[in-house]
Ligand binder design. Structure first.
Ligand code: ATP
Ligand code: MG
Length: 415
C-alpha cells in the first residue's frame, strides 16, 4: 500500500462535534495546547462513519507515555507488550491515549519491538502518525480525526473502503495474519457486526493460515471469541468461523463431532440466536453460557462413552483440560458451566418437590435457558421444557426487577 495522505474536511467526512464525547475534546485540547499532536482514531471513527454509536473513544498522540502522564493529574501507564495511558476524567471514566507507533525495526530498538516467528510480541517503538497508520490492522480502523481542525487524515484509503463497505487489511494478508493471528478473528467480527465484505485476498489468506490461531495465547482467545459471540451478530460470526476453518482450531473436539452430527450445529445456532436477541434487546448475557454451549457436544460424547466408569466431575474436568490447550476458560466461568450442565438431568423430573429444589439454585435460570434451547432441537424434551416454562415464569415474576427473561419472547416466535 502506498503512503499517500488524503485529508478530508468536515463537509467531506460528515463527522460532527456532537458525535464525539466532550471529554475527548478536553484531553485533545490539553495535548495540543502543550505542543503535541492529538487525533481521535480507530473503532470510534469507523463506527460513526458507519452510522453506529461508538463504544469508546481512543486518542493517538506524538507525546510519549511519560509525557502524557505529566500533563494529566489522573493518568496511569498500563500494559507491557503495548504501553498505553489511561487518562481519567472522573473516578470511573477514562480514555485510552496511545503514542504513535512504528513497526520499523532497527538495531537500536530491538528490545522495544520483538517478533518471534513473524508474530509481534512487543510493540513499543514510537513513531510518526504515518507510521502509526500503517501498523494498524484494517484500513477502516486507521482513520485519524484532528479535533482542532476537524480534518480527517487517511493514509490507507480507509474512507473509500468504508463507503464501499469493504474490509481490507493494510498490509499483505499473509504478513498481517502472521504478525497477529487474532486479526483473523477481528476480520470475522467486523465483517459480521458491521456488515462489511472482507476482500477476496484477505479471506483466502485466512483459509490458508487458520491453523496459526493456535499460536495465540488461550487467554486472549477466550476474550476474542466472546467479543464475536456478544457482538449481536454472533450467528453470522459463528457461521464464518466454521466456513473459514477457524472453528476447527478453536474448538477441535466439538468441531469433529459436528462433522457427523449436524443436530449439534442446530443447537449451537439456536443458542447463539438467543444470545443475539438478548444483546440486541440490551439484556444481560453470562459469558459462561456460550462456552457451555460450545463444549456441550464434547461433554455429551464423553458421557455416552464413559458415564459407567467416570463421574460427571471427572468428565467435566477432562472437557476443560482438553479445551484449555486452545482456549482457556477462567475458573470463575468454569463453575457456572458445571452448574448448567449438572442441572440438565433434573429437568426430566417433573415432581413438585423437584421444582422447589431446582428453582432454589442460583444458576436455575441459566440452566433452564440451556434446557429450553436443547428442547428446540430435540422433540423428546419439549414437554419437559413446556412444564418448566410455567414454573420458571413464576420464578421470574418473583424476581421481575432483575430483568426480563428470554422466554417471554418465545410467544413472539423468535425461533
Ligand atoms: P471495538 O472496540 O469495536 O472492538 P476497535 O477497532 O476499536 O473495535 P480495539 O481493540 O479497541 O478495536 O482497538 C483500537 C484500534 O487499535 C483499532 O481500531 C486498530 O486501529 C488498532 N488495533 C487493535 N487491535 C489490533 C491488532 N490486533 N492489530 C493491529 N491493530 C490493532
Ligand atoms: Mg475500541
Amino acid at each position: 500500500m502506498t503512503k499517500h495522505l488524503e485529508q478530508y474536511p468536515k463537509e467531506d467526512h460528515g463527522i460532527f462535534k456532537k458525535d464525539i464525547d466532550p471529554d475527548v475534546y478536553l484531553i485533545s485540547d490539553s495535548l495540543i495546547n502543550n505542543g503535541y499532536q492529538a487525533f481521535v482514531v480507530g473503532g470510534c471513527i469507523r463506527d460513526i462513519l458507519l452510522g453506529k454509536a461508538p463504544k469508546d473513544f481512543d486518542i493517538a498522540t506524538d507525546a510519549s507515555p511519560s509525557e502524557i502522564c505529566k500533563l494529566f493529574k489522573h493518568a496511569k501507564i498500563i500494559g507491557r507488550r503495548f504501553k498505553i495511558v489511561h487518562v481519567y476524567v472522573s473516578e470511573k471514566k477514562y480514555f485510552e491515549v496511545s503514542t504513535f507507533r512504528s513497526d520499523v525495526k532497527n538495531k537500536i530498538n530491538q528490545k522495544k519491538f520483538k517478533k518471534v516467528k513473524g508474530m509481534i510480541k512487543r510493540d513499543n517503538i514510537y513513531g510518526s502518525i504515518s507510521q502509526d497508520a500503517f501498523r494498524r490492522d484494517f484500513t477502516i480502523n486507521s482513520l485519524y480525526l484532528d479535533l482542532d481542525s476537524q480534518i480527517l487524515h487517511d493514509y490507507v484509503n480507509g474512507l473509500n473502503d468504508i463507503n464501499q463497505k469493504k474490509l481490507r487489511l493494510i498490509k499483505k494478508p499473509s504478513i498481517s495474519y502472521q504478525e497477529d493471528p487474532v486479526r483473523m478473528l477481528r476480520a470475522v467480527r467486523f465483517e459480521s457486526k458491521l456488515n462489511l465484505k472482507l476482500t477476496k485476498e484477505c479471506k483466502e489468506a485466512i483459509l490458508k493460515m487458520s491453523h496459526m490461531i493456535n499460536d495465540v495465547s488461550p487467554y486472549r482467545l477466550f476474550d476474542e471469541i466472546l467479543k464475536i459471540m456478544h457482538s449481536g451478530s454472533g450467528v453470522d460470526g459463528y457461521k464464518k468461523l466454521r466456513e473459514l476453518d477457524l472453528l476447527k482450531y478453536l474448538f477441535p473436539f466439538t468441531y469433529k463431532i459436528l462433522l457427523n452430527n449436524e443436530i449439534y450445529n442446530d443447537f449451537i445456532i439456536a443458542a447463539i440466536k438467543n444470545t443475539d436477541s438478548r444483546i440486541n434487546d440490551g439484556l444481560h448475557v453470562n459469558p459462561s453460557f456460550i462456552y457451555a454451549v460450545f463444549l456441550w457436544p464434547y461433554f455429551q460424547e464423553l458421557e455416552e462413552n464413559f458415564s459407567n466408569s467416570k463421574t460427571m466431575d471427572e468428565l467435566f474436568k477432562k472437557v476443560i483440560h482438553d479445551q484449555s490447550k486452545f482456549i482457556a476458560i477462567p475458573d470463575f466461568f468454569q463453575s457456572t458451566i458445571f452448574s448448567i450442565w449438572s442441572l440438565q438431568s433434573s429437568f426430566l423430573n417433573l415432581s413438585k418437590r423437584n421444582a422447589s429444589y431446582l428453582t432454589g439454585f442460583s444458576k436455575f435460570r441459566a440452566a433452564y435457558d440451556f434446557f429450553y434451547i436443547r428442547s428446540l432441537i430435540n422433540d423428546d424434551l419439549k414437554r419437559f421444557a413446556d412444564h418448566w416454562y410455567e414454573i420458571q415464569k413464576n420464578v421470574v415474576n418473583k424476581k421481575r426487577d432483575k430483568g426480563r427473561n428470554f422466554n417471554d419472547r418465545r410467544n413472539k416466535r423468535k425461533y
